[in-house]
Design a binder for this molecule. Sequence first.
Ligand code: PLP
Length: 494
Amino acid sequence: MRDDPKDAASAPHDHSLDPSDWPSFRTAAHRAVDFGLDHLQNRRDQPVWRPMPPEVRARWAAPLPLGPAPLNDVLDDLAQNLLPYGMGNTHPRFFGWYMGGGNPTGAIADFLAAIEASNLGGGDTAAAAMDTQVCRWLVSAMGFPDAASATLVSGGSVANMIGLTVARNAMAGVDVRRDGITDLPQPLVFYASTEAHSANQKAIEALGLGSRALRLVPTDADFRMDLAALSAAVTEDRAAGRKPACVIGTAGTTSTGSIDALNALADFCAAQGLWFHVDGAIGAMLRLSHTHGNLVAGMDRADSLALDLHKWFQAPFACGAAILRDGQRHFETFNLHGAYLQEMPRGLASGPFLADYGLDLSRSLMALKVWMMLREKGVAPFGALCDHQIGLAQRLTQAIHRSQDLELVAPTVLNIVCFRHRGRPGMTEDQRKDFNIELMLRIQESGVAVPTDTTIAGHHSLRAAIVNHRCQPQDIDLFVAALHQTGAELLTAA
Ligand SMILES: *Cc1c(COP(=O)(O)O)cnc(C)c1O
C-alpha cells in the first residue's frame, strides 16, 4: 500500500512521532495528569496492595500491537489495569522492604526531564550543569570535601558498584584497567558484616574478584560489625598472603537498620591502609537530620559512599548516587572517550563528560527530580522526615512491648521494626515461622498494610520499614490492630 504513489500522495506519511493533532493530545495529556494525581491524592482510601484478577493479568500478556490505538484508550488501559495493581509503596501503610513513596513534584520532574530529553553522557547543556549542581549539593550535604566527586546512578546497587570499582583499582597494586584482575599480585579481600546488603556481593562478583573475596564479618548483639573479628580477619588474611583492600561499613542495614561503628571503622582503615567504603543506601539521609545526624558520625570519613535517593529521600524510582572522596581517582577509573566523542574547546562537546564518572554513557536527567524537590521544599523537611519516621518506629516498638502476642526480634534503631507474633505456647521455631508467614500474607492480601519478612541471627522475623512519607501515627495503630486481630483469627482457626 505504501508503495502505491497515489496512496502516498493522498495520505502523506508523516514519520514524526509527534501528535498529528496537538490540541487533542494536550487534552489527553491533561487527563493523564489528572488521573495520575487523583490516584495519589486518594491513595489512602485504596488497598495498599491487591492481587491482580485474571482478566487484568491477561491484559499484560496481550501480543505486540501491530496497529494504532487512540491515546485515550491507551490511557484507560493504564488507569484500569496498571495503577490499581502497583507495589503499594505510595500508600501510607506500605512497610515492605525499604521503599520510598515517590511524590508528585518528583513525578512532574520526571515528565519534564523526558521533555527536556538531553543525554547526560556529555555535552555543554543546562541539564549537565543541573546534574553537576545536584552532585555538588550531595557532596556538601554528605560532608565531603570540595575535591570529592559524585555521580548519579540508578540506585544503591550501582552506587556501591561504582565505589567498589574505584576501591579495587586503587588497591590492586597493578593497572587493573590495562592488565585486568588476572595480574593481581595478591588476591584482594573486602570485608563487610554478615548484615551487609547483597548488592555488595553482587558488585564484587561482577568485578571479577569472586564472592570469596568478600569476607563476611560477624556482628555484635546490636547487628553491628564486630571490630575484633574484623581485625582478626585482616591479620589472618595478611598472614595467608592475601591483600586486605577495603572495609564496607553499612550505615543502616536492610534487615534491622543497625549502623556499623563508622568512626571506629574509619580509624581502623586509616591505621591499616585500607579503603573505607560506606553503604549508606538507607542511612545517608540521616545527615540531613539535626536530631539523628550523629547516628552516622564518621560516614563523612569514607573514601567512597553509596546512597539512595529513591528510598528515604522519596525521589520517584530510580535514583542513587556514588560519592568519591578523591575525584581524580574516580575520573581515572572510568574516563574513556570514543572517536565520536572527543572533547572540543568550544561548542556542544566542550563538556562536561559526566560519563567519565561511571558505567552509563547515556542517561536521563534524573537530577531534575532531586533538584526540584530540594528547590521547592529546601533541605530541612527531608531531615525532619527521618525524625518523624524514627518516632513512628518507636510508636510501633512501644505497642509491641505493651502487647501480649507480639515481640521484638531486633532492637529498633531507625525506621525499621523487626518483630514476630508469639503464636501459641509450645510452637517450634518452624511452626512459629509458618504462623508468621501466614499472618504476613493475610495482612498483605487484606489490603490493610504490607509488612515483609527477614531472617535475623537465624530467627525468622516480620519487618516493618516505615519509609512512606504519608504514614501517620494512626496508620501504625491500624497496623497493630490488624496484627492483633489477624493473629487471633489464625490462632482460633488452627
Ligand atoms: C536498598 C539497598 C541497596 C540496594 O539499593 P537499590 O537502590 O535497591 O539498588 C544497597 N544497600 C542497602 C543497605 C540497601 O538497603
